[in-house]
Design a protein around this ligand. Structure first.
Ligand SMILES: [Mg+2]
Length: 141
């Protein structure tokens, strides 16, 4: 089971998570290469929580709840105390700018709003180029 999760995370299996997993992996590679001194946390909690195994139950017990951003960068910049990104394989927004349907999206959006209200920069992100732009504008000076 664990091997499957890792294989999926690193894009070795085909599946619905594949492109988001690759996005996350590539962004983390970029961060480590370009900003080796910047500390970050990149999680797989979403997949584990969805897995429903014992591990999922233990994780649920010690976490606030679902929707935590995929990537959290611990670095203060200007008015922001850090940068949090929720990665998606496609845009979570409709053409009119409102959020697409889905409880999980609502929960993720609530996390981002909460972080913004508490001094973070927090964004949805669905391509490597967008992530790179946001990260570079946040970290480069
Ligand atoms: Mg995600």
């Amino acid at each position: 089971m664990r091997d499957n999760l890792w294989a999926q995370r690193f894009g070795m299996l085909k599946g619905p998570k594949r492109s988001e997993a690759n996005l996350q992996k590539n962004i983390c590679k970029y961060l480590k290469m370009q900003y080796p001194r910047i500390r970050f946390k990149s999680g797989m909690e979403g997949e584990r929580l969805a897995g429903g195994a014992n591990q999922g139950g233990r994780l649920r017990a010690i976490q606030y709840g679902p929707g935590h951003p995929d990537l959290v960068i611990y670095h203060q910049r200007d008015i922001h105390c850090g940068l949090a990104l929720e990665l998606k394989k496609e845009t979570p927004f409709k053409k009119d700018g409102s959020l697409k349907a889905g409880q999980h999206l609502v929960e993720q959006n609530e996390w981002l709003l909460y972080l913004k209200q508490n001094g973070w920069r927090a964004e949805f992100c669905w391509s490597f180029d967008d992530a790179k732009l946001i990260i570079d504008s946040f970290l480069k000076r």
